[in-house]
Design a protein around this ligand. Sequence first.
Ligand code: UDX
Ligand code: UDX
Length: 464
Amino acid sequence: MKISKICCIGAGYVGGPTMAVIAQKCPQIQVTVVDLNEARIAAWNDNDLTKLPVYEPGLADVVAEARGRNLFFSTEVDKAIDEAEMIFISVNTPTKTYGIGKGMAADLKYIELCARQIARVAKDSKIVVEKSTLPVRTASAIKSILDHTGNGVQFQILSNPEFLAEGTAIEDLFTPDRVLIGGETATSEGQKAVNALVDVYANWVPKDKILTTNVWSSELSKLTANAFLAQRVSSINSISELCERTGANVNEVAKAIGLDSRIGAKFLKASVGFGGSCFQKDILNLVYIAKSYGLDEVADYWEQVIIMNDHQKRRFADNIIKTLYNTVSGKKITFLGWAFKKDTNDTRESAAIYVADYLLNEQANIAVFDPKVQEQQILTDLDYLNTRSSEENKNNVDITNDPYQACKDSHAIAVLTEWDEFKTYDWQKIYDRMLKPAFIFDGRNILNKEELEKIGFIYKAIGS
Ligand code: UDX
Ligand code: UDX
C-alpha cells in the first residue's frame, strides 16, 4: 500500500515540524495539517515566515520549500480526514487537572475527540497513527472507539512516538537516531499498515534505523526514554547540591563521569531543573500506570525524579533569597530567559515559571527578558498557576525586549535559559547599570565566572 495523502490533527510543536519535514522529504505525498485553533493555522500560513507559531532553527526553510506544493495548513478537519489514507494524531495530552488521576494521569479527552471525529467522517479504511505521547494501551481505546462508532470501516492503529527535542527538531527529524513504529504485526492487515509507514520514513531514513515493535512496546518506549533522560538530569542535579556543600565542582564531576563510555557525556548538565512538555508529564504517567497495577515501589522510584526536580527549582529560588540577605521584598531581580531551554519559544513547565512564583511570593519585583518568548505568554504562564491575581502578576512582573534595560537598577540576575546570546553580552555595561553588590545566579552554568568576578559581580553557579 502506497500512501499519497496524509492528514495530521494538531499543528503544535510536534505536528507542525514533523509534517513539514515529511512533506519536504516526500514531494509525492500530500500532507495536510489541521488544527481547531484558527489563529494557529493562520500563523502557519503567514507569508512572513518569522510569524510561524513554532520557533525552531531551520523550520522556516523547510516550510518555505514545501508549503503550497504538498504541505497545507487548514482548519477543515473533516475534509482532511476524509481525503487521507493515513491520519496522525498529534494533539496535546496534558496532565489531568481534575477527577481520578488528577495531577498525574494524562488527559485523553482530546485524543478521544479525535478518534470520534475520525470515526464519524471516515468512509474508507484508514491508518491512524498515534504521534502524541500516550499512556500504554491507549491504542486499544482508540481502536475500540473507531470500531464501535465507525461506519463499518477498517482501521489500523499504529504508535509512532516522536523523539525530537525542541530546539533541534529539524535536525532530529532529518537524521533521527531511530524511528519507532508499533503495530499489530501479527495480522497481515496490521503488517501492511506498518509497512506503509515504514515506506514513508524510508524516503530519507536508512532502513536499519526504522524499528518495528508491537504497539505496547512502542508506547512504553517513549515514556521510558523520557524517564531515563529526566532521571539523568535529576541525578546530576542531586549531586550539584552535594558539590555545593563539599567544595567539589559539578561540572568537573559531570565531565569525569561522562568520559566513561558506559555512562556517556549527554544529559549531565546541572541546571535549575528540567522543564518542557514531556519529561514531567511522561514520568507522572509512568508513575500513575505503575500505581494502577499496584506496583508501589516502581511508582515511588520514578516519582523521586520529579521530587528531585521540584527541589532543585525551589533550592535555586531559596538560594537567591538567602544570598540577598534573606529578603527580596521590593527588590528587582532580572530573569534572563523564560523558555524551558534555548532555541525554542516553548515555555511549558519551564523552571523559570516556578522560580518566579516563589520569588513573587516573597514580594520581589521580577524583570524578564527572553529573546523569543512573547510578553503575553509569560503573564499567561504565571496566571495559570493561580497563586495570585493577573492584576498582581502584571504589576510585579516587567517584561522588556532589551536585556540591558531589564538589568537596570536590578539587585540580581538569574539565568534561567541557556540562550547563547547571553554569553556575548557587554557584562561591564550591565554591571554599571545594576545596584551593588551585583549578583548573578547562573541556573545554567553558561557564563564565565572569572570574567564576571573581575568586573565585580558576585557570581553563583549551580553545583560549585
Ligand atoms: C503534544 C503533546 O504535548 C505531546 O505529548 C505529544 O507527544 C505531541 O503532542 P505539542 O505538539 O508540543 O505536543 O503540543 P501543542 O503544541 O499543544 O499542539 C497540539 C495542537 O493540537 C494544538 O495546536 C491544539 O490546538 C490542537 N488540537 C488539540 C486540535 O486541533 N484538536 C483537539 O481536539 C485538541
Ligand atoms: C524531550 C526528549 O529529549 C525528546 O526525545 C522527547 O521527544 C520530548 O522530550 P525536549 O522536552 O524538547 O525533549 O527537551 P530536552 O532537550 O530533552 O530537555 C528537557 C529539559 O531538560 C530542558 O529543560 C533542559 O534544559 C533540561 N536539561 C537537559 C538539563 O537540565 N540538563 C541536561 O543535561 C539536559
